[in-house]
Each structure stands twice: as C-alpha cells, then as structure tokens.
Design a protein around this ligand. Structure first.
Ligand SMILES: C[S@@+](CC[C@H](N)C(=O)[O-])C[C@H]1O[C@@H](n2cnc3c(N)ncnc32)[C@H](O)[C@@H]1O
Length: 427
C-alpha cells in the first residue's frame, strides 16, 4: 500500500488533470502533519513542473504518438519528482511506493506497472543526472498561454513587462509562498515571527511547524499579506452599518470586526457550505456579524437598508493566486472570464445604490487581469459620477506612484497575492 501522502498527492493530481478541479484548501485534512508536509511538497513539485515531467517521459516511450493514460502520467510525475528534487526520500521508497501507486486501478494504470517500474529504476540509477536533465528543460514547458496573459497583466500597469521582468515574476511565482498570519487576541505563538515590512502581519519561522491548534482556538487566522495590507485602508469614517458582500471564509469580515467593534456587520455568502464555514470561523474568533446566506444581489434588492462601508471582495479567476495555486495554469481552460466579469459588474451595480452619502466602497479581486479590475474602474468613472476615488492606501501600493485610490502592489517588489482593489466614496 503506498503511503497516505503519495495517495493524497495522486488523488489531487487526478482531480486537477482528470476533472479540471482546483485543489481545495482542505485537500490534505486527515493526514498527519508529517504526511501533510510530504504530500504538499510532492503535489507542489508535480504541479509546478508537470509540463517538463511529462516531456521527460515521452522520448522513453515506444509509441510516442499516443499519450499515456492519466494514471501512468500521475505515477511517473510523482516518482520522478521525488527522485529528482526530494533528497530526503530514499530512492527505493520513491520507486517501490510509486510502482504500487501505478498498480492501483483507482490511482494508476495497472497494465503500465512494469513500464513505470523500469522508467523510475533507470532514473533512480543516477538521481543527480535526472535532476540536472529536468532542471535544464525549458521553463516554458511548465507554462500555459493563461500564465503568459497573467504575467503580462501583472506587470503592464507598472511599466515593467520586458522579458527579464516576466521571467523573474514567473520564477517567483514558482516558489511556494510563505503563509502569513494575523494575531486576533493574545500573544503570537512561538512558531511565528513579526513581518518586518508589514505592521501586524506575522510569518512562520523557518522550519517551524504549522500552528494548527492556535488557529483552531480562534486566537489568530491565516491571512495573506495583501489582504492584510488592503484591509489597513486609511479612512476616517466611523461606520455604523457595514456590508461584507461576499464574505466566506470570513477573513475580511474578521478584519472589519476588529477595526470597527461598534459597527453592525452584515456578512453575505451565497454558498451554504461556505456560509457554514464562515459562521464557524466567526464563532471561534468571537466575531459578531449577522451572516446572511443568500445571493447578495437578491438580498440587496429585497432590503431597504443602506451601508456606510461596503467591502465587495468579488468572486474572480484567482489569477493573482498562481503562487499558492500551481494547478491554475492547467485548469485555466475552465475559467470563463467574460462570465466572471459580467458577474462582478452586476455585483457593483447592486451595491453602489446601497452606499450612503459619504460612505466608502471597496471593490477587490485577487486577480491581475484587467477584465476583473481596471475595466470596472473605468466603467465606474463614466457610469457613476456620484462616486469619487477615495485615497485610502499608501502610494507605494498603487499601480502608479501616487495612485492612492488603488491597491495593486508591484508584484516583483511585494510578497503577497496579486490583487486589484479600488476605493470610492459617494458624493
Ligand atoms: C473571494 S471570496 C471572498 C473571501 C472573503 N471576503 C475573505 O476575505 O475571507 C468570494 C466569496 O463570495 C461568494 N459569492 C460569490 N458570488 C456571490 C454572490 N452573488 N452573493 C453572495 N456571495 C457570493 C463566494 O461563494 C465566495 O465565498
């Protein structure tokens, strides 16, 4: 029986390449922390280097015109990734366990057990050579047209889209991100250290275990650096009624509650499963907010209330999360950008009339694509004269220096997810 970590990584690869699914945030729950560490490293390597791992196998096949069944592709990627890049895994374990995986009809492709065994044994004969060979393959093999479009969009507003910048950003996005944390009460646990460049943000110390129990106690939360910096918007308003229009899993609802403890917060989420997750997170963190499980456009159409602060953290392609989600390049064919962009526009149309005079609206997406950000800003400029840009972020976060109504840090100079956020007040 292969180890749980290899089984989990194989299942996740089947979900991505077989069903086109994203890797869920909870894909490794149930694994011990040691197994989860190995599974995460393995899955990350396979996804980040899927293109070169498959290209490496091809010349070794008798019939190169036929593609391998997915089970064999998965087993070979898992085997070669361990042999090439995971020095802590013994060669015999990498080969034997992976051959067992290949023999499992649900995860491998049993008729290819012998082929997988032969190819991996050959690779195990000289791991250094295997690594050198894989490392020397063109980086572009691991890229798709979606990635190219995202890299261009990320850098274009910063006037830095030359080839060296594009390659530097791709190299950066190919390294696993360091998780960031927000301390909600009490002291930070010893596993964390203060982020010297962002007040209030904490990072995991080198080699420290993930502080799972501390998170479960509600004393802190995982929150990306970008979300933390974005939510530190500088606004002098004192809101009474806040709307978090797209709320689960509740990171921004929590930030709002910490900052405005006297305000009434309405947190809307349309997916019941995610709303359950949101409620649980808010309860354990002792955050007071009214959770509404509804399509926010319906909720707003049927309500007479208005809000003096609205945060619209809209559903999007997630193109700014490439570093955390290396499966994105391979499933991007399923992303319907036009539909997402229309949905975001509808959400803006529904929320703008509900903003009070003098109130603040923040629109945010974790995407660099202009269809999900800049295009909406341009539309607001022409269609909503009652909204004026609100200058709530330091200039260094803008696309251009001094563009303080926009949050969009230069991705080569900033560690954190790619975001586009805009702020307006109502005249
Ligand atoms: C980007 S996530 C929000 C992340 C959240 N603000 C946080 O910081 O933790 C978008 C969320 O909005 C929800 N959503 C998408 N469309 C919605 C709609 N029309 N009405 C309400 N919720 C929606 C999605 O299910 C998803 O949970």
């Amino acid at each position: 029986m292969p180890t749980p970590s290899r089984i989990a990584a194989a299942r996740a690869l089947h979900a991505v390449f077989g069903a086109g699914h994203r890797v869920s945030d909870r894909w490794d729950t149930g694994l011990s922390s040691e197994d989860a560490g190995l599974a995460q490293a393995l899955l990350g390597l396979c996804l980040r280097h899927w293109g070169r791992l498959q290209a490496y196998v091809k010349p070794n096949l008798k019939d190169q015109s036929r593609s391998l069944p997915l089970g064999s592709q998965v087993a070979l990627a898992i085997g070669f990734a361990q042999l090439a890049w995971m020095d802590g895994v013994a060669a015999h374990a990498a080969v034997n366990e992976t051959v067992e995986l290949a023999a499992d009809p649900a995860l491998g492709f049993p008729p290819h057990k012998g082929l997988v065994n032969a190819l991996l044994r050959r690779g195990a004969g000289n791991r250094q050579l295997l690594r050198a060979h894989l490392d020397a393959m063109p980086a572009s093999l691991d890229r798709t047209p979606f990635v190219d479009a995202v890299l261009q969009s990320a850098l274009e507003p910063h006037r830095a889209k030359g080839k060296p910048e594009i390659e530097a950003l791709w190299a950066k996005l190919q390294t696993p991100p360091r998780p960031a944390f927000h301390v909600l009460r009490g002291d930070a646990p010893p596993e964390l250290e203060a982020d010297p460049r962002l007040a209030g943000c904490w990072g995991l110390r080198e080699g420290a275990p993930f502080p799972g129990q501390w998170l479960e106690s509600g004393a802190g939360m995982v929150q990306d650096r970008s979300s933390q910096a974005l939510m530190a918007f500088q606004w002098k308003g004192n809101p009474i009624h806040i709307l978090d229009a797209c709320a689960a899993p509740g990171g921004k609802t929590t930030s709002l509650a910490l900052r405005y403890p006297e305000a009434r917060i309405t947190a809307v989420e349309r997916e019941p499963r995610r709303a359950g997750w949101l409620k649980k997170n808010l309860a354990v963190r002792a955050v007071k907010a009214e959770v509404v499980v509804a399509e926010v456009t319906d909720f707003l159409a049927n309500s007479t209330g208005s809000f003096d602060l609205i945060v619209l953290d809209a559903p999007c392609s997630g193109s700014g999360t490439l570093q955390k989600h290396p499966e994105l390049p391979w499933i991007a064919g399923n992303i319907d950008l036009e539909r997402l962009s229309e949905m975001q526009r509808d959400l803006l149309r529904a929320t703008i009339p509900k903003l009070d005079k003098g109130g603040l609206l923040i629109y945010a997406v974790c995407s660099w694509l202009p269809e999900e950000g800049e295009h909406h800003r341009a539309w607001v400029r022409t269609a909503h004269a009652e909204l004026e840009a609100a200058h709530v972020w330091p200039g260094e976060f803008g696309a251009e220096s001094g563009d303080t109504a926009c949050f969009r840090p230069q991705p080569l100079a900033w560690d954190g997810e790619g975001f586009q956020a805009f702020a307006w007040t109502k005249r």
